[in-house]
Design a protein around this ligand. Sequence first.
Ligand SMILES: [Zn+2]
Length: 311
Amino acid sequence: MHQTTIRNTVRCTGIGLHGGRKVELVLRPAPEDTGILFALRSGSGTSFLSPKPRLVVDTGLATSLGNGHDSIATVEHLLAAVRGMGIDNIRIEVQGRELPIMDGSAASFVYLLNQAGVRRQGKARKVLAITRPLTFEKDGKYIKATPHDGFEVDCTIQFAHPLIGRQNLCMEVTPDAFAADIAKARTFGFLREVEYLHANGLALGGTLDNAVVLDEFGVLNTDGLRYPDEFVRHKMLDFVGDMAVMGLPLQGRFEIFASGHALNNAFLRFLEDNASEYLEERILDLPASAPQSVSENAPVRGNLRGQPALA
Ligand SMILES: [Zn+2]
């Protein structure tokens, strides 16, 4: 399995969820072994940030990263798209303190990445593989990880709401599966929380255009839901994005119950602290039929169709 990057530079603008202001985003190809690199542009210049579990500085409403100088909020949906589409190396340039919320899902980012195109690079993909089963539990919520040759997520949520209740979805997260079944699921919130946030100057960019909003009985969005179980699909999307701050793609099977940004990050910090017990860095085999040297510009056939995401 080769490393990948994007073929062309692409850009978009959108509104930040928290500040409600316009944000500019540019995605550029990056050399092998770069990983995901944020270039945070501000009036005083550009600072760089490679996601790591301990650079997550806030998990309140969304996942935020900080490098001591600058911070960037709401990274999880773009990171989910990058990881979900099997992209190893990418430079993410942002003008502003948060990523655009777009429609509250990862669909716009998947569209942007598909517009950029994905290209195969010469070096083999590196992953962090789970080597021993572990259960990470807090307040009845848990993440169970087991060794697995791929990236499988079995996600369950439970909300005391007539439209949500208990929902479960289990899937091997490949680029095709991510794009078809996960990317379009929107973030969701409850009307009472949204009113509270707005009253406190938070989530100023949050509207029915970028979130599913529920009252006590149902959905306020006039178009309804995109999937009957859109809620569990979005939690899976968030999990894929939150795991991407590990730097290298994780390889394993993850059974998660009622997890959110805070537990996801606490789990990664635990994994990092106990890496020798539970993790192993692996270099995935290149296909036997691959030529000795692969052109940097070799295309990925069929727009990633059929390519395992993280294996
Ligand atoms: Zn989310």
